[in-house]
Design a protein around this ligand. Structure first.
Ligand SMILES: NC(=O)c1ccc[n+]([C@@H]2O[C@H](COP(=O)([O-])OP(=O)(O)OC[C@H]3O[C@@H](n4cnc5c(N)ncnc54)[C@H](OP(=O)(O)O)[C@@H]3O)[C@@H](O)[C@H]2O)c1
Length: 293
């Protein structure tokens, strides 16, 4: 049996949907069965929803029973290291064979992972998992294309989005590509001891991204470069908690120091997944970005 955690989240849900699309059974860990069923996960054929808390081994008996391979995802938050290390402990006790850690790797060339709390936490969890004795694989996507959906409201309303990246490039990857890779990796196994980095197919400045959203929606879209302080004020005004804004400040500062971005498609190629270009992602979400009406 294969278990996917974080199944109500952005990637977990996409991965579980990919299993259902491929008519392959999967078990999905959720914290609240009613909420998960209401979100549509319960209607997917072949998906066995199981309730449990990754931090509390005593809640994970049913979820981990008979499981060979796990994909481990949890929220990027202050407790991520603790949550994932306790979950790894529970997997080892339950006799799980192989844990795939959903990790992260910034695409900027020379990016120092220790400068951003979440990449630092991912490195800590990776080291912990490598030391416990189960087979492991690290799946390390770069920024998700779906991050730009956060800016969809101002793009739709004003034809503009406001970030503080200057000419910095990023190589965002589509969550649907990650889901296809994760499905094939979990279904077929193997790749133990490997770290699988993934970016999207293009290194893009924010002006490039504006042009692609414009192409997809048929409407003018411009990127407005604001100061890091203004970006922080915008995040707080949008309801982002201060601690998360602090984390994004760290990430931004290091990205601005490392403005060139690499493209790494070896994982797409290894699993036979076609890399989705940004314009195709934007076309899929054209309505959210204010096009198509
Ligand atoms: N943002 C990016 O561009 C980027 C890029 C690369 C990697 N990453 C990494 O991707 C990961 C987040 O992926 P995502 O955005 O798909 O996740 P997400 O949407 O934030 O969802 C997180 C999931 O984890 C679940 N979860 C959290 N704590 C749990 C616990 N104690 N027990 C059981 N489930 C728990 C949540 O369940 P509930 O619904 O119950 O809360 C939710 O389903 C983070 O590790 C982040 O660092 C992010």
């Amino acid at each position: 049996m294969i278990l996917v955690t974080g199944a109500t989240g952005l990637n977990g849900k996409a991965i579980v949907r990919e299993f259902a699309r491929q008519k392959h059974v999967v078990r999905a860990l959720v914290r609240d069965l009613n909420r998960a069923s209401a979100s549509g996960l319960g209607d997917l054929a072949g998906v066995d929803l199981v309730e449990g808390d990754m931090r509390r081994a005593e809640t994970l008996g049913a979820a981990l029973d008979g499981v060979d391979r796990v994909l481990m995802i949890s929220t990027a938050g202050d407790d991520m290291t603790e949550t994932q290390c306790r979950f790894i402990d529970a997997c080892r006790t339950a006799g799980v064979g192989h844990v795939v850690k959903f990790s992260g790797r910034e695409s900027n060339i020379g990016y120092d992972a220790t400068k951003f709390r979440f990449t630092r936490m991912h490195e800590e969890v990776e080291r912990y998992l490598e030391a416990v004795g189960m087979a492991w694989t690290h799946l390390r996507p770069s920024q998700f294309m779906q991050v730009y959906l956060r800016d969809a409201p101002t793009i739709a309303a004003e034809g503009a989005f406001y970030l503080a990246l200057g000419e910095t490039e990023l190589s965002p990857v589509d969550v649907e590509d990650i889901a296809k890779v994760a499905f094939r990796l979990l279904r077929d196994g193997g790749h133990a001891g490997e770290s699988l980095d993934m970016t999207g197919p293009e290194a893009l400045t924010m002006t490039d991204i504006a042009a692609r959203i414009s192409q997809a929606t048929g409407k003018p879209v411009r990127y407005v470069d604001v100061s890091p302080e203004q970006r922080r004020r915008n995040l707080l005004a949008a309801g982002i908690p201060a601690s998360f804004a602090d984390a994004l400040d760290e990430q931004l500062a290091e990205r601005r120091r490392r403005p060139k971005s690499r493209v790494h498609l070896a994982t797409h190629e290894m699993f036979g997944v076609k890399p989705t270009p940004f314009v195709e992602f934007a076309r899929r979400h054209a309505t959210a970005f204010g096009g198509g009406a």
